[in-house]
Design a protein around this ligand. Structure first.
Ligand SMILES: [Zn+2]
Length: 183
């Protein structure tokens, strides 16, 4: 998909460059806390407030589109589904020509309720093009979060060093320390 910046989303001109905070916020809204899977967007009022804070409208329809995009994006980033499944999220998006400063500019136009979900998918796409493999699930199998690896060497493994990183390090240390006795 072609990326133009800024693009026109609905009636608003918004920046369609990678919006990693939005993408990670959506992807990471289903954490596992103390072994229990949580849906941070289950509380509709809170979810809608979050969407509004992320530059959305905060409407119920918008939330529905974001939840759809979330499920599909999570499956795609986990490698459980091919990227083609994201097609429904692109529905209603078109490029329209505008004359600006004597030149024609192509701007992206989508129904306002769909803009935020589309932004998340465009960000996923931009990352996949610019930094393939850098958006991935946390290496802790019990964690359901995702990370965007910004390290130079591409060696980041954990959603957060403070939580999963230290936990997994401690576990490895424990296994090493215990190893010889177990044979
Ligand atoms: Zn994690």
């Amino acid at each position: 998909m072609v990326l133009l910046t800024p693009g026109r989303l609905g009636d608003e001109i918004v920046d369609t460059t990678p919006d990693e905070g939005l993408l990670l916020g959506v992807l990471n809204s289903t954490p596992v806390i103390d072994g229990v899977p949580i849906d941070s967007f289950a509380d509709t009022a809170r979810a809608r407030a979050w969407l509004a804070g992320a530059g959305g409208l905060g409407t119920e329809t918008e939330l529905r589109h974001v939840l759809e995009a979330r499920e599909l994006l999570q499956a795609v980033v986990r490698g459980e589904q091919p990227a083609d499944v994201l097609a429904p999220v692109l529905g209603g998006a078109v490029y329209v020509p505008e004359i600006k400063d004597g030149r024609i500019a192509w701007v992206l136009s989508v129904p306002p309720d769909r803009a935020l979900a589309l932004r998340a998918v465009l960000t996923w796409d931009a990352l996949a093009m610019a930094s393939p493999g850098r958006l991935r699930p946390c290496a802790n199998e019990e964690c359901r979060l995702f990370l965007i690896d910004h390290t130079k060497a591409g060696t980041a493994r954990w959603c957060s060093m403070a939580t999963c990183g230290n936990r997994m390090k401690a576990r490895r240390h424990y296994q090493r320390a215990r190893g010889p006795q177990d044979g």
